[in-house]
Ligand binder design. Structure first.
Ligand code: S3P
Ligand code: PEP
Length: 451
């Protein structure tokens, strides 16, 4: 977290004047969209990505793939062979021989900065990677070293971080590699996603003591398998912390992206806090997205929910309970849970998320500082936060270019008068329409993509 004075505009977070009752259509998952784009770009034939997320992170991913030679045509369709309800925006992905020279702007997107260097090793030519100042601080050395061990030529400035240049050789040998992914599951996902195209595939052996965000690794494995790859995992009777991907051609798929369940979080929190009801259409009955855990976590914090034909119907009573929970598998939910916990009737302990210090900002420091500046009582622990609810007051809630800080501030602002969110536009990373969706939700209107 670097100190950010309020240089950006302030957005007065609306106070809820009663129970929220709304249906909120949440746009596509960032994690699914960016994996789908990579896998489609590496496929042996064209494919479709339907209902993709259109946001800064997915735009950075598609711009980068285009710069490497991939065709991405954005169309709007009214129906599809992919199944009921699959109309709307659809991107046609046309794979091509990848080439440089090219420059990839990763912004502050972990998925772009980790998933694309392995893709760049398959391109013929130099691929320069650069991004936002924060991208220079986010860990990448494990991916750089792993790719070098698998045969890649990469020039960085010796820090094992961005900016850097991948000297793509048009192919990568691949093989066995050890990696410490305790700082980010994305290191493992990155190596697995491109591995069907490595000459020998890959065997990734995680050597670190902990491994965060396992659902995101499962998402990688499931999407690889759906694209025709052969993947061995620890879960399927394999060795602990070892994943293998065999070399093979990937299929061009026609797939529909699920709503982003982590981005449903502030809207569910609104129902929980105000004692209202929020319905999220198209909530999947089975998913690898970590946001699905919100059903359990927000129920324990005082709400109740039901998965119906209309989607997930989440109801609050207005009572909010503290929680003691390990969020290691679902780290990206932490800011939103911390916001709710600050309004609860008992203390909370959020554990297992030391790696959040390396996210868009140092989220543990940022949450502590911003909630405390509104009168809260939050302390950082070695791997999380202790949150003792106190009566909060209004003030500026800084966001440090972190979309989830902005939505967390908005959640607090529902219950605390006079909260102003600095740079709410940072939500464009994964949810560009957030301010309108939020005010529509409060007005009881249909909120969401296309609303
Ligand atoms: O693979 C992915 O799509 C993601 C993995 C997780 O990263 P970390 O393992 O670095 O937490 C998650 O927090 C991030 O929002 C998205
Ligand atoms: C950690 C996150 O993003 P990234 O993909 O940039 O790592 C997040 O969205 O919470």
């Amino acid at each position: 977290m670097t100190e950010t004075p309020a240089l950006h505009p302030l957005w007065p977070a609306p106070l809820a004047d009663g129970a929220v009752h709304a249906t909120v259509t949440v746009p596509g998952s960032k994690s699914v969209t960016n994996r789908a784009l990579v896998l489609a770009a590496l496929a042996a034939e064209p494919g479709w990505v339907r209902r993709p997320l259109r946001s800064r992170d997915s735009q950075l991913m598609s711009d980068a793939l285009r710069a490497l030679g991939v065709g991405i045509e954005e169309t709007v369709s009214s129906s599809s062979s992919a199944g009921a309800g699959a109309g709307g925006e659809a991107w046609r992905i046309i794979p091509a021989a990848l080439h440089g020279p090219a420059t990839v702007d990763v912004g502050n997107a972990g998925t772009v900065m980790r998933f694309l260097p392995p893709v760049a090793t398959l391109a013929a030519g130099d691929i320069r990677f650069d991004g936002d100042p924060r991208s220079y601080e986010r860990p990448l050395g494990e991916v750089i070293n792993a790719l070098r061990a698998l045969g890649a030529r990469i020039d960085d400035d010796g820090r094992g971080a961005l900016p850097m240049t991948v000297h793509g050789g048009g192919a990568l040998e691949g093989g066995t590699v050890e990696i410490d992914a305790s700082n980010s599951s994305q290191f493992v996902s990155a190596l697995l996603l491109s591995a069907p195209r490595f000459n020998q595939g890959v065997e990734v052996r995680h050597t670190g003591a902990t491994l965060p965000s396992m659902p995101h690794i499962r998402m990688t494995v499931e999407m690889l398998r759906a694209a025709g790859a052969q993947v061995d995992t620890p879960e399927a009777g394999g060795e602990k912390n070892v994943w293998r991907v065999a070399p093979s051609a990937l299929l061009g798929r026609d797939m529909v992206v699920e709503p982003d369940l982590s981005n449903a979080q502030p809207f569910l929190a609104a129902a929980l806090i105000t004692g209202g009801t929020v319905t999220i259409p198209d909530w999947p009955h089975r998913t690898t997205q970590p946001g699905d855990e919100l059903r359990r976590i927000f129920t324990e914090m005082g709400g109740s929910c039901e998965l119906t034909d209309a989607g997930l119907v989440f109801t609050g009573t207005g009572a909010i309970h503290g929680i003691d929970v390990d969020l290691g598998e679902v780290g990206e939910l932490t800011p939103g849970i911390a916001a709710v916990a600050a309004l609860a009737d008992s203390p909370s302990t959020l554990r297992g998320v030391a790696h959040l210090r390396l996210h868009e900002t140092d989220r543990l420091a940022a949450l502590t500082k911003e909630i405390n500046e509104l009168g809260g009582d939050v302390t950082e622990t070695a791997d999380g936060l202790h949150i003792r609810p106190r009566k909060l007051h209004g003030g500026v809630f800084h966001t440090y270019d972190d979309h989830r800080m902005a939505t967390a501030g908005a959640v607090i602002g529902l219950a605390v008068k006079g909260v102003e969110i600095e740079n709410v536009a940072t939500t464009a990373k994964t949810l560009p329409d957030f301010p309108k969706m939020w005010t529509d939700m409060l007005a009881g209107a249909e909120a969401g993509a296309g609303a």
